[in-house]
Design a protein. Sequence first.
Length: 435
Amino acid sequence: MCVTGGIISEDNARFVLLAIVLIGYMVAGAAVFQRLESEVELRQAAEFWRIYHTFRRHHLRTSPQAINRLHELLYAYSNASATGIIHKRRRWDFSGSFHFVSTIVSTIGYGTSTPQTEIGKLTVIIYGFFGCSGGILFFNLFLERIITFLAWILRSIHLRRLKKRLQQTTLASRRITREKNENNNPRSTLPDILDDDDDDDVGLDHWKPSVYWVMLYLTLFSCIIACCGAALYSELENWKYVDAFYFCFVSFATIGFGDYVSTEQPIYPYSHLYRIANFFILVIGCCCIYSLLNVTSIVIKQMLNFLVNKLPSQRRKMASTPYLPRRTSSVSGYYHPRRKSTKLGTKISLGDDDNGSMDDTSRRMSGELISMKDFLTANKVALAVMQKQLYETAQQIQSAPMASAPIHQPLFKPNAVGPLAIATEKFEQKINANR
């Protein structure tokens, strides 16, 4: 751990605090589930032994051979039931095998289908290594695109509201007219800004949505998918709706206990359509929950940072850092001279002019929003860096951020995606150290 002058660094303090919080969270969870499930477990065990001893008294002689045969029968029946040999559809036909590999790639792993041969187990190791890597990359790329899409929607709503407010406010019109006369910039006039045909020319990089709105919409999408999936499963699997909803969350979060598994019965109405619908529900649900968990982790990190900043050492460190007042939001601060149009999915150059860089820096430090230029670099935005940007945005809402000072922030690495960015950074540091 990096300690300077007997003071632990902020990153290490946050890591230690998170470990302590997680241990406490798991201890509290263990106590809760022990209280909820322990009595049921004891009742089920007592019921099994009651049935077992009743059967022995009425149907078996006391010879050890008969009891051993009974135990062998129970053991064989439980294994056959667990592997789906009896009362369930085949596990290793093509559809069953496809369901098995989908649980590998998505890292759900219900545990109901498992290879029994040694060559099959070795194949799972090799296949799962590349499959899980590709699945995680797919989730990361989905995260980038869903946040970009949500940002585009929120920006459109924000722009529509702002146009309506500008149309009703004469003060805004006078301010823009005065700036036109002072700067002799005809592109900053009110009619030009309010032109509905040029909405796409106002780049997303000039507006940043709140991380909490992104989190809210992801929660809404995830709940809608889980509710629809639970309705389908409760109807076709004959589950209670609560059990079906529980199955959706366990599957979407890739927990995969295996106590409830879909498409296990031998016969379904519209069997092929149901299996296709089940596949897409699981894929979309996993993507949405993965994105939601990543955004939620940023909020948790914000809370940890708040606690870390309450430490005496961090207070002394923050006291030595000068903070300027927060820039007041204004209508004139939102609009800028029009640049080249920016579309969704287009490549954005990071080499803007000095004024644009200064303005982007000030907006990144404004503390309320997420930078869209960071999210619109399709296929080249590192998830780790994106999480840091989202976290810093949420953190600065409740603190006094620095004003638009010439802060040199590291640019995004174009060849790093997701967790790969962390490893790339470590390797580069090692190479530079060796030099």
